[in-house]
Design a binder for this molecule. Sequence first.
Ligand code: PEP
Ligand code: MN
Length: 264
Amino acid sequence: LVSSKWKVGKTAVKIGDDLLIGNGNFQVMAGPCSIESEEQIESTVAHLVRNGVKIMRGGVYKPRSSPYSFRGLGQDGLKLFYKTCQENNIKIVTEVMQVSQIEPMHDYIDIFQVGARNSQNFNLLDELGKVDKPILLKRAISGTIDELLQAAEYIFSNGNERIMLCERGIRTYEGAYRNTMDLNAIAILKEKSHLPVVADPSHGIGVRKFVPQIALASILAGADGVIVEVHENPEKAFSDGQQTLSYQEAEALYENIKSTLALR
Ligand code: PEP
Ligand code: MN
């Protein structure tokens, strides 16, 4: 169902009532790795509004490698996130980690994000196939392209056709950076599937200074959107500060995205 052989032409996925991604529509999603406070949400929303970015990312349920790391503000944080975004017409993409979170999160989000660690949680994928919200489905940490497509198939075959495939880097033997951003996968996914493809250069390389150029390379590889980690003070971020852009760095990237899109 997600294959280009099944559907001719590209799919534009609707986000909320007024946004599209795919089939020529490009979207930027930006914000912190983790939602940390009301003040942080307000500051980020103001940054996004100033720059015409319409979708804010931010985790309230965080899959952390160590159980002692910050694990997110949960549903209370989501309500704060929703309030400020609602007032400013900013859409929310945030990670859902388990089936029991779907229902309480549903009315406060615009896109359910499935993280790399849950990309083959087939029960979660089945249930997300039954909701009326778009899904940002990340590639598993050591997942193949076909495994990502099959994960999408779980969602699609349950009735939810609004899926974005996300390349976020894979684990390889290389230790010079966090993950290996697979630009090849973006080109291949665009060929194999009609669904939009989103690039996550922040997790894809995991090193702040290289994030902008990998974001732009992803666009040239064919991405329909990028999701980037941005924070007022990356050094102080509760998670993933090492790969998070400052507002100033993000603003330069937004400008360069416009000129890169003009090249395609
Ligand atoms: C995130 O987006 O902050 C995240 C945890 O991503 P991933 O699932 O790709 O590691
Ligand atoms: Mn992160």
